[in-house]
Design a protein. Structure first.
Lengths: 162, 454
């Protein structure tokens, strides 16, 4: 059997420039690494600085080969901007779990911290330890911004648990 | 540097391989198959062959680290610069890396004068050419047994010769195939490749971009299965490698088109493109955020090729077109691109002035906005934000001898700006307008820094 026979988890982040797609995917990459998985992340941001589409593939498991998620093999699509779901269509399958801004309370959908909230939604499935995320948020943001991100993460986490 | 950056560096590169190097010298060059943000899909592996230098191709983050260290060792051992050839998916990537090399203390070497190897007059360069060829022969011999290349023995029904990130895709697309992974792809280990090809029933080269490996291998009489033309375009991925192996040339599944980029709301460049659109100008554009002037609602750009081309192209149009059309030609270039490769264009404009003159707009937003707000010589700051001598663009253009040099704010002096463009287009003089207003993102960055410093 091949070394890749144990199924990896494929998470695709998609949105538009400025929504923190790269940051969120970096945080998931780090989280997977600290959970002891092999992990690869690969992003395409092109001209995203000017509001264009941006996507980032995160794959983790026992052994990851290609850094890009193959067609129809996305397990979780984190669509920080819901208009990107159609763009990602070739990578989805009937079992793909799509996390979209509409899953968040209205007041959080346009928040600058939507990426952190979406990570909390994703973690309802991944079930990485709560403390690991809090630690990563503190490493990625400073002072008051970190506290605000922790607050939205915890709030989303609690809402997801209900 | 970026793949197209090597085009600019090609002149010194092709003779640098003749002079050789006394210390380690690495050229890191990253290609953009699929054109995520570039003007072409050129495959820089061809530079290694053309300029005659060894080339290493990492396939992931760990190899990017390992090969960089080994590239220095290789360069020092053979006295030849080494190309470390990357692609988007090896660069814009994140993965665990095990560090193994302790950084060494940097030493400053003694200067050794050696005109035979450093002054490339024909008499010396002839000998240097022979040295390069001999060195490349030695490198090929070295590569036949080097540990840069790795063979994975699985089923002998299918053998894949591959390199770079295509190796990862291949292992996932064809987990049962035998694989010859080439880490050093120039000069190629031809005998190793020959043995591998002979050991399998069907041998396929899986490579992104041009047929670099395939052609070299075939030229040595080794039969390999060639990829179909459609796989010369764009990036490979697991799905496409599966299709490549199956000679399946059906179109790839496509999602809805992504959201196109646009100039920011409040971007000072907007004013310029509104004016150029309304005046029906022929706009020779350049590389930066302002290339977005080509898209709606502006539709105000007629050509854009490479960094610095706006001025030369504009001058060419001025010379070639009828007077009526020539008068509509405007070159548009950003401040950092101007410093990079626009200055000689101004010299050309002054020295070989077209009959109708010319107008160059330097869109000075005081930063390199497109790539993430980097500093440059005309911002007055170094990359680390410490103060630097500031190149004054208008003084530079005046000193070159441009007839009219004006500085204007496109927002607060909008009416004057429109009139000025009209006046300059009507004249037969050479004109530069420095259109100066900071990028809104740059202003935020500076405000943040000021707050930090306070």
């Amino acid at each position: 059997m091949s070394e890749n026979s144990e199924k990896n988890i494929n998470v695709l982040f998609a949105g538009i420039g400025g929504q923190g797609i790269i940051r969120a995917s970096d945080m998931l990459t780090e989280a997977a690494f600290r959970m002891g998985y092999d992990v690869k992340k690969s992003e395409l941001h092109g001209m995203s600085q000017r509001g264009g589409s941006v996507s980032s593939d995160v794959r983790f498991g026992k052994k990851v080969l290609s850094p890009m998620i193959p067609e129809h093999e996305v397990d979780y699509l984190v669509a920080v901007s819901s208009d990107q779901i159609e763009v990602c269509k070739p990578f989805l399958n009937e079992h793909t779990i799509i996390i979209r801004p509409e899953d968040l309370p209205e007041e959080d959908r346009n928040s600058k911290m939507i990426n952190t909230a979406m990570l909390a939604k994703l973690n309802a499935y991944l079930k990485f330890p709560h403390d690991l995320w809090i630690q990563l948020i503190r490493e990625n943001f400073k002072g008051e911004i970190a506290e605000q991100n922790i607050a939205i993460f915890q709030k989303t986490e609690q809402n997801s648990a209900q | 540097m970026k793949h197209v950056g090597v085009n600019v560096a090609a002149d010194p590169l092709f003779t640098l391989t003749y002079t050789g190097t006394r210390g380690g010298l690495i050229l890191v060059s990253a290609d953009d198959p699929g054109l995520a943000s570039s003007q072409n899909e050129q495959d820089n592996r061809n530079y290694a062959k053309f300029a005659q230098m060894p080339m290493l191709e990492p396939a992931d983050s760990q190899e990017a680290y390992d090969f960089t260290i080994k590239a220095f060792e290789l360069s020092e051992k053979f006295g030849q610069p080494v190309m470390l050839r990357m692609t988007t998916r090896v660069c814009h990537s994140r993965a665990p890396v095990t560090l193994w090399k302790t950084p060494e203390e940097q030493t400053t070497p003694e200067y050794v004068r050696n005109v035979q190897s450093s002054v490339m007059i024909p008499a010396f360069a002839k000998k240097a050419h022979v040295r390069v060829v001999n060195t490349m022969h030695k490198l090929q011999e070295f590569n036949e047994t080097s540990d840069f290349n790795m063979e994975i023995s699985r089923s002998r029904d299918l053998g894949i010769i591959t390199s770079g990130v295509a190796y990862q895709h291949s292992c996932e697309a064809a987990p049962d195939a035998s694989v010859l992974k080439l880490g050093m792809t120039w000069p190629l280990p031809i005998e190793k490749i020959r043995r591998f090809a002979e050991s399998v029933k069907r041998c396929v080269v899986v490579e992104e971009g041009t047929r670099f490996i395939e052609e070299a291998v075939k030229a040595c009489g080794i039969p390999v299965d060639a990829k179909d033309e459609v796989f010369e375009y764009g990036e490979l991925n697991v799905s496409r490698v599966r299709k490549l192996l199956a000679h399946d040339t059906s179109p790839d599944e496509k999602g809805a088109p992504g959201r196109p980029p646009a100039l920011c709301p409040g971007c000072p460049h907007r004013k310029t493109f509104e004016i150029l659109r309304d005046l029906n100008c022929i706009v020779s554009g350049d590389i930066g955020c302002y290339t977005l002037g080509v898209l709606p609602p502006f539709n105000a750009m007629d050509c854009s090729v490479c960094m610095g081309a706006s001025i030369g192209l504009g001058l060419g149009l001025r010379s070639a077109l009828s007077e009526k059309d020539a008068r509509r030609v405007v070159s548009v270039i950003g401040d950092s691109t101007f410093v990079h490769s626009g200055i000689t264009g101004i010299v050309q404009m002054v020295y070989n002035k077209p009959a109708t003159g010319h107008l160059v707009l330097i869109l000075d937003n005081s930063t390199t906005a497109m790539t993430g707000l980097q500093e440059h010589p005309a911002t007055g700051r170094h990359m680390d934000m410490t103060p630097a001598p500031k190149l004054i663009l208008e003084d530079l253009c005046r000193s070159i001898g441009v007839d009219h040099v004006d500085v204007i704010d496109p927002v607060s002096q909008n009416a004057e700006y429109i009139q000025l463009i009209k006046d300059r287009l009507a004249s037969n003089d050479t004109s530069v307008i420095v259109v100066r207003r900071s990028c809104i993102l740059e202003m935020k960055k500076i405000a943040k820094l000021a707050k930090k410093g306070a």
